[in-house]
Design a protein around this ligand. Sequence first.
Ligand code: MN
Length: 203
Amino acid sequence: MEQPKRYELPKLAYGYKDLAPFLSEEQLTVHHTKHHAAYVNAANAILDKLDKARAEGADLDAKGMLKDLSFQVGGHYLHSVFWETLCPAGKGGEPTGRLKEELVKEFGSIDRFKKEFSAAAASAEGSGWAVLVYCMALHKPLIMQVEKHNVNVIPGFRVLMDLDVWEHAYYIDYKNLRPKYIEAFWNHVNWDAVGKKLDAILK
Ligand code: MN
């Protein structure tokens, strides 16, 4: 199979109207087709520049280009997981199987996990993410608070689900009321998709 040479904006598994009222058609459309697309395009532009510099034997502005690349690719990756682990209200079921086991073992209960994840999302300063990861060293789930798209990300942790708390993710619908957006998010988590990610890591 031919490998893609550049990043691509993933298609959503649902329509732009299907997450309302959690996310209005306008909010979801702008977020996916403008903001996420901008990270994809910017990442690809940097790859083009790297190719060109290498072909010409030119020096790289390493700090500028590579820091920017990590930001843009981080944004692309986190948004891709975000879309994959959302679904229309009431279609996502509940955590089951290994996912439920791991969350209950680590956090005590699913409610306690949600409370801690929500607190991570609510307290992210400025632009960031709450991210549920699985630590391959300790074999347990952890919640991470990511700044921007790439600060505080520790390699080696597998992302299971995340929540975008950049203002662009909710401002059209919620203005400054980030907690209301976080509360509504829980009706739209595709637990089946999250569980499949964990099963794929652990098998
Ligand atoms: Mn975003």
